[in-house]
Design a binder for this molecule. Structure first.
Ligand code: SAM
Ligand code: SF4
Ligand code: SF4
Length: 364
């Protein structure tokens, strides 16, 4: 069935009256997440369970990966169309050799109004201690480090490796020393698996006085392999209740419109935390994010079943204008609102069974 195509609207971007590309729900294109590898050095049970991503798993051969030059070229097209923030993810982005070179190329991009593009990365932190300074020097502005618990027992259970928590904490400390604009620590909370770590994690990052912000993420039904069920989701409301019972909280204003995390400050002044309520308070209405998979497909939703191949036209010699047309026409057709529909459907039945892309392939 053909999708209705909306017309770009005129919108103030603060300084000028610029044409803004919007989708069918009037959402602009602002953020781009790029998966730089489908491989990972952990096997988190909720993302890349070892039964599925084992020794025989067919990861992408090298020739299928976008090169840094190809990523930078596509990123420039996205930036020309409105993207202001780029996040490198994966798989594990620090497994991609010389990823700093890509950071450097992306950090050189600027928006049509002349603003430098902000480059960020989400990493599991295992290789961060050795890389933090070079990433900062290459122009990486912000970092999110995933860590689901402070005890080795919990971490091993969730990440299914023998890497000690100390290694990830060492990575976070190296990043704090390197002086990024912002460091966030992301904890996915899964009932009965790591919910007992909510308070220890809050206590640890409250006490470290570094400005690092801990964010709690509701466990999501991404991909087809993690065996998700609603019973395992600890909602943002529950998480906040647990923390507030120990450390009283007050809500604070978002940093900008459409911010995904809801912000809460400790009443005693010991910093802030965030909750990302993708399940219990879906935020599709303000979702401005496009995703570029490791092999160069454009996905307009984390839960999409298929993406638009940009690698083939790129390798066939498409001009910048042709690439921009492909991207903008796909964005104009975009109607994704999976999480809102999941909330609307009775207990998410049906939707959770639809065929979706794996998160390690397009990044979180
Ligand atoms: N390997 C890197 C890392 O773990 O930070 C980057 C890629 S990972 C797919 C990006 C983020 O997605 C991580 O913070 C991870 O915890 C989150 N994630 C993966 N599967 C998830 C799920 N089922 N529900 C919620 N978050 C998930
Ligand atoms: Fe790897 Fe990140 Fe997925 Fe864990 S969440 S398996 S670290 S890609
Ligand atoms: Fe965006 Fe899709 Fe997530 Fe909704 S479900 S917030 S549209 S990525």
């Amino acid at each position: 069935m053909p999708h209705p195509v909306s017309t770009p609207v005129q919108q103030h971007d603060g300084k000028s009256n610029r044409e803004v590309l919007v989708d069918t729900l009037q959402r602009p294109l602002r953020d781009l997440r790029i998966s730089v590898t489908d491989r990972c050095n952990l096997r988190c049970t909720y993302c890349m369970p070892r039964e599925v991503f084992g020794k025989d798993h067919p990861f992408l051969p090298r020739a299928e990966l976008l090169s840094f030059e190809e990523i930078a070229r596509l990123a420039a097209s996205f930036v020309a169309l409105g993207v202001e923030k780029i996040r490198l993810t994966g798989g594990e982005p620090l497994l991609r050799r010389n990823v700093e070179q890509l950071v450097e190329a992306l950090a050189r991009l600027s928006t049509p109004s002349g603003k430098p593009v902000e480059v960020a990365m989400t990493t599991n932190g295992v290789l961060l201690a050795a890389k933090a300074q070079s990433l900062k020097d290459a122009g990486l502005a912000r970092l999110a480090v995933s860590l689901d618990g402070l005890s080795d027992e919990t971490f091993k259970r969730m990440s299914d490796t023998a890497v000690p928590v100390r290694t990830v904490l060492g990575g976070i400390e190296a990043a704090q020393r390197a002086g990024f604009d912002a460091i966030k620590v992301n904890m996915v909370v899964q009932r009965g698996v790591n919910d007992h770590e909510i308070i220890p994690m809050a206590a640890h990052f409250r006490a470290d006085n570094s400005g690092t912000i801990l964010r709690f993420i509701e466990y999501m039904d991404v991909g087809n392999t993690n065996g998700w069920c609603m019973d395992e989701v600890v909602t943002a409301a529950e998480i906040l209740q647990t923390i507030a019972a120990r450390y009283p909280l007050r809500p604070i204003e978002p940093n900008y419109g459409g911010e995904v995390a809801e912000r809460w400050a400790y009443q005693d002044g010991a910093g802030e935390i965030g909750v990302i309520a993708s399940i219990s308070r879906a935020f599709c209405h303000s979702c401005t994010r496009a995703r570029l998979s490791t092999d160069g497909k454009l996905f307009t939703c984390l839960f999409a079943g298929s993406g638009l191949d940009l690698r083939a036209p790129l390798r066939a010699g498409a001009s910048d204008t042709a690439l921009e047309e492909l991207i903008s026409s796909r964005w104009q057709q975009r109607r994704d609102r999976y999480s809102e529909l999941r909330s609307a459907a009775t207990e998410g039945a049906g939707l959770a069974e639809a065929k979706k892309v794996e998160m390690s392939f397009i990044g979180g």
